[in-house]
Structures are given as structure tokens and as C-alpha cells.
Write a protein that binds this ligand. Sequence first.
Ligand SMILES: CCCCCCCCCCCCCC(=O)SCCNC(=O)CCNC(=O)[C@H](O)C(C)(C)COP(=O)(O)OP(=O)(O)OC[C@H]1O[C@@H](n2cnc3c(N)ncnc32)[C@H](O)[C@@H]1OP(=O)(O)O
Length: 172
Amino acid sequence: MIYKVLKKQNNSEMCFVCGIHNESGLNTSYYELENNQLIGVFKGHDVHQSYPERMHGGIVTALLDETIGRAVQTLDENIWGVTVEITVRFVKPVPLDQVLYTVGYVTNMRSRMFEGEGYVCNTDKEILATAKAKYFIQHVDKIVSDIDFVREQWIYVDDAKDSEVKSFDLPK
Ligand SMILES: CCCCCCCCCCCCCC(=O)SCCNC(=O)CCNC(=O)[C@H](O)C(C)(C)COP(=O)(O)OP(=O)(O)OC[C@H]1O[C@@H](n2cnc3c(N)ncnc32)[C@H](O)[C@@H]1OP(=O)(O)O
């Protein structure tokens, strides 16, 4: 089913998954969909490999962790969380050097915790990995206490490629 993109989410400076200045990172771009799901577009490279030609499972886990954690901001952009639990199922090898998608959504929202699910898929919409995760809600100033993270390191990146990203046909 096809869902419209409503907004692009910000990137951080140095996060491994979304940091625009993290040269070893995945440099993922995130887009909020009209059904409150979040889609990330990324490409892994040799620095992210485990066995040759496949992404390391720990990096797939980091990607899913961030995607599900960010999905809460499709509901309220002022909610931030830290991960307390994540379970990943590696369904098929995640290849390098090709555009892939990661999707996350919230399944349970409480006053101090939220839970969500997510997956990684390829452009043929084959599911490569799935995850369930749980987050403890904290004020962003408590998570990052020495700088004003949102003002200083939470950046809207206006990329020419964004105008091509108007909708997504989700596999599930
Ligand atoms: C990522 C950067 C930039 C990009 C941002 C994008 C957006 C974000 C994307 C995010 C993506 C990336 C994000 C990252 O990578 S975040 C990095 C990885 N995670 C962390 O660093 C969290 C480390 N842990 C802590 O700071 C503390 O343990 C917290 C704050 C969580 C609670 O410690 P605190 O001492 O204050 O509270 P409490 O002990 O009274 O517990 C309170 C409740 O919590 C339950 N509980 C506690 N621990 C666990 C546990 N391990 N499993 C299951 N449950 C747990 C506990 O049972 C209790 O429940 P209840 O008994 O009341 O029912």
C-alpha cells in the first residue's frame, strides 16, 4: 500500500545511523509517512560488513534501534527515548552498496515507556530483518546534558534527492 511522505525528520551531527558528519556511519535519511510509520533510506558500505558482502548484524541492530526510537516522533516531535531492550531477527543477509529501506512504528505508548517494531527491506520489498524494541522516555536535556542538543546538533538537511521522495509503497 502506498503512503504519502508528510515530512523529513532532522539528522544529527555524529550519530552512527543518521549523523551527517559521521564518515563511518550510515547517513540515513528519515521520512514520516501519513500512517505514522517512519521510513529510513540508507546504503551500507565495506566499513559496515561482517562476512564479505553482508552487513554486520550489530549495525543492522543499530539501524533498527534508531528507526523504531525515532518513530515516536511521528506522534510527537518532543518525545525522546533511550533504548532499554531490543530483539532482532535476521531473516536474510543485508547486502552492501545498494539502497535499502528501514521502517519503524510505535505499537504501545505509555507514560514512561514506548514500544515499537520495525524492519529492513530491499527495493523489491523483501524483508531482510525485523525487530521489536522498548524505550524509556526521557527529556532530551537529561539524555544530553552538556549541550543544547536540539538547537546545536539536530539539523534539517535539505537534500536535492528529497523532492524525489514523495511516497512509499510499504511491504506490510
Ligand atoms: C541517537 C542520537 C541522535 C538521533 C536521535 C534520534 C531520536 C532517538 C532515537 C533513539 C535510538 C537510539 C537510542 C540509543 O541508542 S540510547 C543508548 C542505549 N540506551 C541507554 O543508554 C539507556 C541506558 N539506561 C539508562 O539510562 C537507565 O537504565 C534508564 C534511564 C533506562 C532507567 O533508569 P532509571 O534508574 O532512571 O529508572 P528505573 O531503574 O527506575 O527504571 C524505570 C523503569 O524502566 C524499566 N527499565 C529500566 N531499565 C530497563 C532495561 N534495561 N530493560 C527493561 N526495562 C528497564 C524498569 O523496570 C522500570 O519499569 P517499572 O518497574 O517502573 O515498570
